[in-house]
Design a protein around this ligand. Sequence first.
Ligand code: ZN
Length: 129
Amino acid sequence: MTDALLTFEESLAKFDPAMGLEVHVELNTNSKMFCGCPTEFGAEPNTRVCPTCPGLPGAMPVVNRVAVESAMRIGLALNCEIAEWCRFARKNYFYPDMPKNFQTSQYDEPIAFDGFMDVTVPIDGGGPR
Ligand SMILES: [Zn+2]
């Protein structure tokens, strides 16, 4: 057994490629995802924050209903199944501009899942150049 690399054709014959996308979208909601703070731009610094924004102890995030509805619409447009319920989780990591050191995110129980989008690819592999 060698550690030789497979050719492209050998790889296609041996594996069934599956790809996923992680897409970040800013929705046009009037308030933030987990609190009632406004999302409009142009305000004075630190005037659009509440105890939930930096994750202060005791702050209780509440999910934005309009954002969930938008996520469901996006899921339906992408042929996803829409979960009857879902869960948000804390993704802990340090990031200099996020003092709470966690991101509230979806991990294993998302709002929408198992979707697909057909993409037409020219046989010659061409496209915008
Ligand atoms: Zn807030």
